[in-house]
Design a protein around this ligand. Structure first.
Ligand code: COA
Length: 347
């Protein structure tokens, strides 16, 4: 019999150093006004020398385990969504597994900014099939080291960070109500880090040409993003038979406040039910949605029983959306784990 899943733990981590738009304008030909009006971003967290994708992911995961009242030994699977792993090989998921002291399988999902939603959907499938009962899903990115800090059209938009959730099996009415996973590789050149893989290996020439940095065609990505966001949201609502008013919280990929505003207006969602934190983090790629989700739980904006709409888009080009219902009561798998954080919500 298919099982349901719910989110029982959440956490996020952002590097200590906050860089404001004004600070960027000291070294780049830009201004706070341009960045704010074009993207809604005011500041972002930038990794220090001791921050790595693996360490940020581990911090967020530890917080999520703690919230769920679990330890790493309880994990059945680890999924890390990232496009900025510590190394191309080995997968960063194994570093996180080792850091946590977990003894389960671990894999990395490289689906650009869309990776976390792909991860959440994947985790649900393992739980629904009855294969696993506890899965850690993390979105973690250290993009600042992959940026050309002279490319003002791109570098001002991104930031570093990690967010994590614990998904667990439950008998309650909960879990994935609908989802869509999309990909259109014909648009791959619009958001690309050309060198570093096998096609353009890192040579003196490719490094001199800056091909190791993230390149973005902002206008094309903007057009794609607005379309993908609106269409995929509409698809998941139709599939689940849910209307905009039934959505308790909309947590979109935080790339640009204008893209979010457009999607909210087109989809007819209540702006009060939308999480926006791009002003404080910039675009942290696969980490934006789990960071926003974690903040929403912390602020009691995401509550037991809520129906969440999550929509991501990014490199590939890819997009993904899902409607996810949280369980109404605490989950205690094997009757062992109490859930103080969620009990606090209900009180
Ligand atoms: N500061 C000041 N001026 C800048 C600038 C900056 N940081 N970056 C670009 N400009 C300039 C451009 O050079 C251009 O000048 P020109 O008209 O003299 O050529 C002008 O600002 C307008 O550039 P344009 O690209 O048309 O701006 P825009 O309104 O389209 O906004 C983006 C640019 C990047 C903010 C917008 O296209 C965008 O958000 N795209 C989607 C990005 C995204 O979501 N990426 C992540 C996907 S996961």
């Amino acid at each position: 019999m298919l099982k349901n899943s719910t989110i029982t733990g959440w956490g996020h981590y952002a590097p200590e150093r906050v860089v404001t738009n004004d600070e960027l304008a000291e070294t780049i030909d830009t201004s706070d006004e341009w960045i704010r009006t074009r993207s809604g971003i005011r500041e972002r967290h930038i990794a220090g020398p001791d921050d790595h994708t693996s360490t940020m992911a581990t911090r967020a995961a530890e917080m999520a385990l703690d919230r769920a009242g679990l330890t790493a030994a309880d994990l059945d699977l680890i999924l890390i969504a990232t496009s900025s792993p510590d190394y191309l090989t080995p997968p960063v998921s194994s570093q996180v597994q080792d850091n946590l002291g977990a003894a389960c399988g671990a894999m990395t999902l490289a689906v650009g900014c869309t990776g976390f939603v792909y991860g959440l959907v994947t985790a649900h499938q393992f739980i629904a099939a009855g294969s696993y009962s506890t899965v850690l899903v993390v979105g973690a990115e250290l993009i600042s080291r992959n940026l050309d800090w002279t490319d003002r059209g791109t570098c001002v938009l991104f930031g570093d960070g990690a967010g994590a959730v614990i998904m667990q099996a439950t008998d309650q009415k909960a879990g994935l109500l609908s989802h869509v996973l999309g990909s259109d590789g014909s648009g791959h050149e619009h958001l690309i880090q050309p060198s570093g893989g096998c096609r353009i290996p890192p040579t003196h020439e490719s490094l001199d040409a800056g091909q190791n940095f993230l390149r973005m065609n902002g206008r094309e990505v903007f057009k794609f993003a607005t379309r993908a966001m609106v269409e995929s949201l509409s698809q998941v609502m139709t599939e689940a038979g849910i209307e905009p008013k039934d959505i308790d919280l909309f947590i979109p990929h935080q790339a640009n406040a204008r893209i979010i505003e457009y999607a909210v207006q087109k989809a007819g969602l209540d702006p009060e039910k939308v999480i926006v934190n791009v002003d404080r983090y910039g675009n942290t790629s696969a980490a934006t949605i789990p960071i926003a989700l974690s903040e929403a739980f912390e602020a009691r904006r995401a509550k037991p029983g809520d129906t969440l709409a999550l929509v991501g888009f990014g490199a590939g080009l890819t997009w993904a959306a899902c409607l996810f219902q949280l369980a109404a009561a605490p989950v205690s798998p094997n009757g062992q784990h109490e859930h103080p954080a969620v009990e606090g919500f209900i009180a």
